[in-house]
Write a protein that binds this ligand. Structure first.
Ligand code: 8YV
Length: 321
């Protein structure tokens, strides 16, 4: 009997797919950093038993309808807003994501962004490298304190909790807003639940870690930005569309808030001419929340194990359905 066929939508190191290659014939898209064109993804998925996908691959109704032999999709991310989970479910396609393995790396990055925005690290770095530092001044690159300030976390899942743990080390007061209250976390970490408005009004840093869903799309808009303190910073490591970018640009122009640290954008990759990138008080990163070598390797291996398990008729480690 021939091996099942698995298509991987980016070039990944062979050793990370080793487990999968024992079970399936594996083909990778030839590029490491460019998404597979839609037509090729559709063509490959027509014969695929499994797909290893990235955030930029739309696994939608059109794709699922024509992928008659597809049994499993493993997404190299904890978020899965690129996948029509309901449609996959009706077609008995198992969908897997990569929770847990990326929690700490992503929380580290959220905190790094917060620190970078508050202490103006990218601006100061450029100042030194561009040879602009000719003398010391008492208020040169004076930023905002982080220690003992209030952090508001929107979305208290695994990553939100890990961000709270880091903030505790900075003696921060921590407020959180979530669909459901997390009494255990409140007790363990001393964090307090707040309604969104209260959190926005009180926080010096608002960190968005909620997944993109129909409820969270545009959840931080003009009104929410206006509820924030003028001295506050917005940090987003979840998905771009959770924040209304037009409203954020206006908020920056009118100094409604002090700054932002953004790892995600409405349209990715964002282009350099985008108005949001003109503000020195906006720190922008190319969606690298989970991008440490160790974490990305673990994510890829988890995807490979999940696909191999389903193709062998076993239970996946991290199925969503
Ligand atoms: C992914 C992410 O690595 O896990 C997520 O949801 O946003 C990142 O960790 C990125 O989306 C690449 O697929």
């Amino acid at each position: 009997m021939s091996k099942p066929y698995v298509y991987v939508t980016r070039k990944l190191p062979e050793e990370l797919l080793h487990v999968l290659s024992q079970t399936a014939e594996v083909e990778c898209w030839e590029e490491t950093d460019k998404p597979v064109p839609r037509e090729i993804l559709l063509e490959k998925s027509r014969n695929a038993d499994g797909l290893l996908t990235m955030l930029s691959d739309k696994v939608d109704k059109e794709l699922l309808e024509q992928a008659a032999s597809l049994k499993v999709v493993a997404n190299l991310a904890v978020g899965y807003d690129n996948i029509d989970l309901e449609e996959a479910e009706t077609r008995n396609v198992i969908v897997c994501n990569t929770p847990d393995v990326l929690t700490d790396a992503t929380a580290d990055l959220a905190f790094a962004l917060l620190m970078a925005a508050a202490r103006r690290i990218p601006e100061a770095d450029q100042y030194v490298k561009k040879d602009k530092w000719h003398g010391w001044a008492p208020f040169m690159f004076a930023g905002a304190d982080v220690h003992k300030k209030t952090l508001g976390i929107i979305g208290m899942g695994r990553i939100g909790t890990a961000v709270a743990k880091r903030a505790a080390g900075f003696d921060m007061e921590i407020l959180y807003h979530n669909r459901s209250r997390k009494k255990e976390i409140e007790q363990d970490l001393g964090v307090k639940y707040a309604e969104k408005k209260e959190l926005l009004e009180k926080a010096d840093f608002v960190c968005v870690v909620a997944p993109l869903t129909t409820e969270t799309r545009g959840m931080i808009g003009k009104g929410e930005l206006e509820q924030m303190k003028k001295s506050a910073y917005l940090i987003n490591v979840s998905r771009g569309p959770v924040v209304d970018e037009k409203a954020l640009i206006e908020a920056m122009q009118n100094e409604v808030i002090a700054g932002a640290g953004l790892d995600v954008f409405e349209q990715e990759p964002i282009r350099a001419e985008h108005p949001l990138l003109k503000f020195p008080q906006v720190v922008a990163l190319p969606h690298i929340g989970s991008a440490t070598t160790a974490t990305r390797e673990e994510m890829a291996e988890l995807c490979a194990r999940n696909i191999a398990a389903v193709l062998k008729g076993e239970k996946a480690e991290t199925p969503l359905n």
